[in-house]
Structures are given as C-alpha cells and as structure tokens.
Ligand binder design. Structure first.
Ligand code: COI
Length: 327
C-alpha cells in the first residue's frame, strides 16, 4: 500500500516512520494541507491521511481520479470532510479513536482552572500582584456538573470527575448502563437549569450547531461555567460574549472556537487578529482560551498515526475497518 499523508508535523514524523515500517506501508509525507491545486500529489498512491483541514467534493473527485481508494483523518471529528461526496464517489472515510484520556484530562484541568480563576492569578503574578482580591474560587465537590454528550470522551471525563465528589448530570443520545451508578441521566432542559458547570462533548453536525445559544443560556444558573473542548460550532459565540458581558455566564474555558481555522496553529505575533470574537474573549479575565490543544499528548499523537495507517491498510486488504464512518 502506498499512503500519502498531508499536514505531517515534525512531532508526527517519527511515529509515521515507525508504524509505516511495522505495517509494511510505503509512505509519502507532506507538511502542508491538501488543496485542489496540490490534490494531484496523490497520483500513484492508494490511500490518503489528513487532519482537520477542509476536504471538499472537488478534492475528493481529483483524488478518486488519481486512484485513491480510501481517506483517513487523524482526528475523532470528521466534520471537515464532505461525507456525502465521499459516499457518491464510493470512497471509504475513517476517523481514529485515540486515547480519550488526552481530551478528558484537559477538560478536567479547564474546569478546575475556571473554578479557581487561575488565569487571573497567573496574569497578576506576572506583574508581581500577589493579592487575593476577587480570586476566591469554588470547590468542585460542591458543584453540579452537566455533561452534554457521553461518547468515549464524555465518558472519560465522567470517570475522572467521579473522584472529585461532584454531582454529575448527563444528557446524551445513547445512555451507557455502566455509568448509571455515578450519574443522573436528565433531559437537556434540566441539565441547563441545574448545572453549575456545563461541559460539551458532542460532535459538530447540522443538529448541534449553536446547541448552546441565547435561549439555552437564559435557562442556565446565573454565573454558570461553560467548558468546550469539542467543537466551536456548538456554542453561538456572539451569545456567549453577551452572556459573559451581562454576567449571566460566570466563566468560560474554551479549547475550540467558531471560525478558529484561520487563527489556531499559527504564530500571529505582530499581526492584527482577523477574529474579533477571539480578541474580545481573550481580553476577558474569566475566559480561558487555548488553541485546540486538548488532544495533544504523546500518547494521542502515536494513536492517531498508528490508527490512520491501520485503517487504510484494513480498507485496502478488504478487512473490517472499525474506524470507518461512511458507506
Ligand atoms: C479531533 O480529534 O477531532 C480533534 O479535535 C483534534 C484534532 C485537531 C487533531
């Protein structure tokens, strides 16, 4: 099998080499994103590995014409790929289910950082302000935490939260019996009304766009803490800004943001930010903003590369592919 991997970072290279050798794959890597202009690079290859850059119908058509037989994304989410077009072209698409501990541990960290006002404490320390004014926090054990979406990552967050002694409410499409002793499964509205902290773990789909908007925020407790390490589109950013300005939202910790792609993973020092919402949120003392880094651990990167190579191998060998999302 000949695999072309796009967007290969230097920290992924070693894993690509190791696993390509282990699974007998001929590997070609490119450091940049796929575009219509460079789609012809796949000529002579059987499979493509990508990350979260947009994969349009036109790119897929070019790949198909060049002989590509499957596409794998080294991410859990696949909202960046035109799945309908892949279906029409009969191209199998797969994701990877890397260790959920990566995002789950980061989520717990964000919850604690938001509750303990750590952004303000650290920023003050950098100007030698060691005062206690306004930085009194709240203990997680006294909070009700609402988890929206309890797939692999939501479940891993719940397992970690158990040790803190907080009450856990869950709203999810497929309740998991194994979690029932530790959580209360509740309707969406009840979760909004009763939670002190709300953490989102749903995929980005047409149905989940602006799952949390002005109407939903109005139903929440005053001072609620919102956590999003899933996808930016789940929250209506304008409504969030208004909620933070009015004080309805007490704090937010966001690892993802709507329209993040032009900004995240880029060094924009000395540049005027093109994303006004990001600039505004970043200026707020009660908003923690990180650039889509929750997944980024050594263990997760290794899994991403290994499972991406394996899923292409399974497809081409006609074996069952546990990571396939279409067809
Ligand atoms: C995902 O796996 O879906 C992520 O959001 C991480 C990605 C940036 C590699």
């Amino acid at each position: 099998m000949k695999l072309l991997a796009y967007n290969v970072r230097t920290d992924e290279s070693m894993f690509f080499q190791t696993f390509a050798e282990q699974y007998g794959v001929e590997l070609h890597t490119l450091p940049y994103s796929p575009t219509l202009e460079n789609a012809g690079k796949t000529e002579g290859c059987d499979a493509v590995s990508v990350v979260t850059t947009s994969i349009t119908k036109e790119i897929l058509e070019k790949w198909k014409a060049s002989g590509i037989r499957c596409v794998s994304t080294r991410s859990v989410g696949f909202d960046h790929i035109d799945i309908e077009a892949a279906d029409a072209l009969d191209i199998p698409v797969s994701t990877v289910n890397y260790t959920p501990a990566s995002v789950a541990e980061y989520t717990v960290m964000l919850i604690l950082m938001a509750l303990r006002k750590v952004k303000t404490i650290i920023m003050r320390g950098s100007v030698q302000d060691y005062s206690l004014t306004s930085v009194r926090g709240r203990e997680l054990r006294t909070c009700t935490v609402g988890i929206i979406g309890a797939g692999r990552i939501g479940e891993a967050v719940i397992q970690r939260l158990r040790g803190f002694g907080c009450e856990i409410l869950v709203h999810t499409l497929k309740p998991n019996e194994a979690l029932a002793p530790f959580v209360s499964y509740v309707p969406f509205e009840k979760l909004l009304q009763k939670s002190d902290v709300i953490s989102l773990h749903a995929p980005a789909t047409a149905e989940t766009k602006h799952l949390i908007g002005q109407k939903e925020m109005e139903k929440m407790k005053d001072g609620v803490v919102l956590i999003n390490a899933a996808r930016g589109t789940l929250i209506d950013t304008q409504a969030l800004i208004e909620g933070l300005e009015s004080g309805k939202i007490g704090a937010a910790a966001l690892d993802v943001l709507e329209n993040e792609k032009k900004v995240f993973y880029k060094d924009l020092k000395y540049k005027v930010l093109s994303n006004r919402e990001l600039a505004l949120l970043q200026s707020m003392p009660n908003v923690i903003l990180t650039p889509h880094t929750a997944f980024y651990t050594e263990e997760a990167v290794s899994d991403m590369v290994e499972y991406s190579i394996l899923s292409c191998k399974y497809e081409l060998e006609g074996r069952d592919n546990p990571w396939r999302v279409n067809g």
